[in-house]
Design a protein around this ligand. Structure first.
Ligand SMILES: [Zn+2]
Length: 321
């Protein structure tokens, strides 16, 4: 059996707080005089708000530029050790801006931590905040030539797609890739709306789209990728591992990238997502390699990184298991 940790791949869906090491959380909470927040209750379905409260409690341990820099640096190290040749980290500057004195210092410390590393920065607003807030963040993101993309995270049921059209127009006009979360709770129409209205080139999750044949065909036609994070779905009861039709998506021509989302909360790195795809969904090594190829192809990595990764995936496939 080939080693999935050695399969070269890109992790395209990873949040700043969610990528923090547990040991770092323990250390930062001690330094800042906080208690370590309780883990996510595993094996029981919970409302989004319960998850968000636990996420926010962890984010509160990140108190300044030094902490942001450290968490990103360690996240990059961990993903490289996990076989990633490229990763993209989503940062919503909103909660850190008061600590650092504005959005720009947050963007700059994140870019500084990523400089010279195989990592892209996605600036993300939130479905739970206004379109005007997203527009303000998009204007900041658009000023930096080395910001890779613009996203929207949190609970999509809390916002209207059309309210974010201006923000994404500003971001995409500046050359940023549009990568909103969509189709987690809302049905397939939501994914289509994000493609049509926000010019999405990749969708964070999009699991409801997988269940609608027409939307799958639409994604294939437009070559819009889905960032699928298997361990993110059972805690909310939105999908089981078995129900993720990754093989069908690949057969339909939809680019699929497996990603880790929030390993700090869900307890699983990107190799663990591939392991679920192998052990539970039954993907062959060749299919897993196809997913890895998609992950790097739809990334914002420089062309030389894409080429080297594609070559290394071919080498992984050629090795006799
Ligand atoms: Zn996410």
């Amino acid at each position: 059996m080939r080693d999935l940790r050695e399969l070269p791949k890109a992790n395209l869906h990873l949040h700043l707080t969610g990528g923090m090491r547990h040991a770092t959380l323990v250390e930062l909470t001690a330094v800042h005089g906080m208690t370590v927040p309780p883990p996510l209750p595993m094996g029981e379905v919970q409302p989004w708000e319960a998850f968000q409260a636990r996420y926010d409690a962890r984010r509160a341990a990140i108190r300044g530029a030094e902490d942001i820099h450290r968490v990103i640096t360690e996240s990059i190290e961990d993903n490289l050790a996990d076989g990633c040749t490229w990763l993209e980290i989503q940062v919503d500057p909103t909660s850190y801006a008061p600590l650092l004195g504005g959005y720009e210092p947050v963007v700059e410390v994140a870019l500084d931590a990523m400089a010279g590393r195989p990592c892209g920065l996605i600036i993300a607003s939130s479905w739970a905040r206004s379109g005007a807030h997203a527009t303000a963040l998009a204007k900041v993101a658009a000023r930096y030539t080395n910001v890779a993309g613009f996203g929207l995270s949190n609970d999509e049921r809390r916002g209207d797609v059309a309210d974010f059209a201006e923000a994404f127009r500003i971001a995409t006009d500046a050359g940023l890739i549009s990568v909103p979360h969509a189709g987690f709770f809302e049905e397939a129409w939501h994914v289509r709306a994000c493609v049509d209205t926000l010019n999405a080139r990749r969708i964070g999750h999009g699991i409801t789209a997988m269940r609608d044949r027409d939307t799958v065909a639409y994604l294939a036609e437009k070559q819009v990728a889905l960032e699928v994070c298997p361990t993110s779905y059972p805690p909310f009861g939105v999908a089981s591992y078995e129900s993720l039709p990754i093989r069908d998506l690949l057969d339909a021509g939809v680019p699929v990238a497996l990603a880790s989302d929030d390993p700090l909360l869900f307890g699983a790195d990107v190799t663990a997502q591939y392991t679920i795809a192998r052990d539970v969904i039954g993907l062959s090594d060749i299919e897993l390699a196809a997913v890895a190829k998609h992950s790097i192809a739809v990334s914002t990595a420089p062309e030389d990184v894409k080429q080297r990764t594609a070559d290394a995936i071919a080498t992984w496939c050629a090795a006799v298991p």
